[in-house]
Design a protein around this ligand. Structure first.
Ligand SMILES: CC(C)(COP(=O)(O)OP(=O)(O)OC[C@H]1O[C@@H](n2cnc3c(N)ncnc32)[C@H](O)[C@@H]1OP(=O)(O)O)[C@@H](O)C(=O)NCCC(=O)NCCS
Length: 80
């Protein structure tokens, strides 16, 4: 019942022209048409501008812990 937005971004030259809002709406519409009624996304805690943008579109913050582990050496560090 849950869909995700992953790393939404609008090129700086095209920001503040309604594109970000339109992209979110397209994602929400697609999910709704497929019977999915909840959208989720992750935003870094320090990215307050992104959080403000999503709040403006009606999203709320959840108290969730995201967990992560490096299971290999990052490609950029291999061979060092
Ligand atoms: C945040 C981002 C997606 C917004 O896209 P955008 O195309 O510039 O925003 P829009 O023009 O569609 O704005 C839509 C509405 O949100 C509002 N808004 C835009 N940025 C906002 C912000 N930082 N805080 C509050 N409101 C914001 C606009 O005023 C507009 O309001 P309105 O519909 O009432 O007139 C864009 O600035 C961006 O790509 N930022 C950097 C990307 C990034 O950090 N990605 C990491 C993903 S976790």
């Amino acid at each position: 019942h849950r869909g995700w937005i992953y790393y939404l971004s609008v090129a700086p030259s095209h920001q503040k022209t309604g594109l970000g809002k339109k992209l979110v709406a397209i994602g929400e519409d697609w999910l709704r048409e497929h019977g999915v009624w909840r959208m989720q996304l992750m935003v870094r805690s320090e990215n307050s501008a992104m959080q403000d943008f999503y709040r403006h579109l009606g999203y709320r913050a959840l108290d969730v812990t995201v967990m992560q582990k490096d299971i290999d050496i990052p490609p950029a560090d291999r061979g060092r």
